[in-house]
Design a protein around this ligand. Structure first.
Ligand code: ADP
Ligand code: MG
Length: 291
């Protein structure tokens, strides 16, 4: 079932209690309380010596790195460098030929996508083509993950109101089906849907690539803010260098299925370890230096 929203247990509620009903302590409540995770739900992600081939193509060549709990880790690299394959292997949608994916110190190689606590925003959106963006009375793209987990109606309304406001999904889009949306609008719906029930680990595959500059800056800031609130360990793929520089705690540069360099963005930019990293990062003329 919908691996796009994978990541929770069979009971229908996220085991880490990400979402809580507002409690009645007399304080003004936000519609959705994204709660901080307790230390017992550490979600470090580790990729150990992962190799993935497609016939003669070596898409991932003995890749190893780890992302700390709550870290915002950005992966950049040219087309075909293996970024999407890496995210698919982590989400459990592709099987590595060798190596391990570990989440919170557990090998998840044998776990199906829905049991990994990983949610992926797909480069191709992965919206349901036959469902509207949102409809209070019917199954729709935005309420699907909530309905399938049997959220109460009033909870559902609150979560959807909050997420659509934060991501900037206008209500006039609600009755439309995906083929009636622009690429940028689809992308916002895909990001919004992924945010309804925050996961342990978020993997985002170029989630803002089709947004206009204004929406892009808005959703980017919102993603960072949400990341600070919920602290989900995040792996973010982009080939937009300013975005990578601005968002990442650390940056990995990928080329031909191998990691060329990992470090804080500023350090990698200033001190590239090889010609590829230098050429790739310096190919973009920053109008203003990113620091
Ligand atoms: P990126 O996301 O960085 O653009 P991908 O991970 O999509 O790169 O692809 C890495 C390499 O693996 C490319 O050479 C691509 O053509 C190849 N590849 C990816 N998926 C498949 C597949 N399902 N079948 C065959 N080759 C694939
Ligand atoms: Mg890709």
């Amino acid at each position: 079932m919908g691996t796009a929203f994978g990541g929770d247990d069979a009971s229908g509620r996220d085991p880490n209690l990400w979402f809580q009903r507002p409690c009645g302590d007399g304080q003004p409540q936000r519609a959705v309380a994204f709660v901080r995770r307790s230390p017992s739900t550490m979600a470090k992600l580790e990729v150990r010596k992962v190799t993935k081939r497609f016939g003669a193509v070596l898409a991932l060549d003995d890749i190893s790195f780890s992302v700390d709990d709550r870290e915002f880790f950005v992966v950049v690299g040219p087309n075909g460098s293996g970024k999407t394959t890496l995210l698919r292997v982590i989400a459990g949608l592709a099987r590595p030929d060798a190596g391990e994916v570990r989440i919170g110190d557990v090998n998840v190689n044998e776990l199906p996508p829905a049991q990994r606590g990983v949610r992926m925003v797909f480069q191709g959106y992965a919206l349901f083509p036959h469902l509207r963006v949102y409809d209070e009375r019917r199954w729709a793209n935005l309420n699907f993950p909530l309905k399938i987990r049997k959220f109460l109606k009033e909870e559902m309304l609150k979560v959807i109101a909050t997420v659509t406001r934060r991501v900037g999904i206008e209500s006039d889009l609600f009755p439309r089906k995906p083929d009636q949306l622009s690429a940028g609008q689809k992308q916002k719906v895909a990001v919004g849907r992924a945010l309804l029930i925050p996961p342990k680990i978020f993997v985002l595959d170029e989630p803002l690539s089709n947004l206009d500059p204004l929406s892009r800056a808005h959703v980017r800031d919102e993603l960072k803010r949400i990341h600070r609130e919920i602290g989900a360990t995040t792996l973010y793929v982009t080939h937009n260098l300013p975005e990578a520089m601005a968002m990442g705690d650390r940056l990995a540069v990928l080329n031909r299925g191998t990691i060329q360099q990992i470090g804080p963005p500023r350090e990698v930019y200033k001190n590239p370890h090889n010609d590829f990293v230098r050429l790739f990062l310096h190919s973009y003329e920053f109008p203003v230096r990113p620091w």
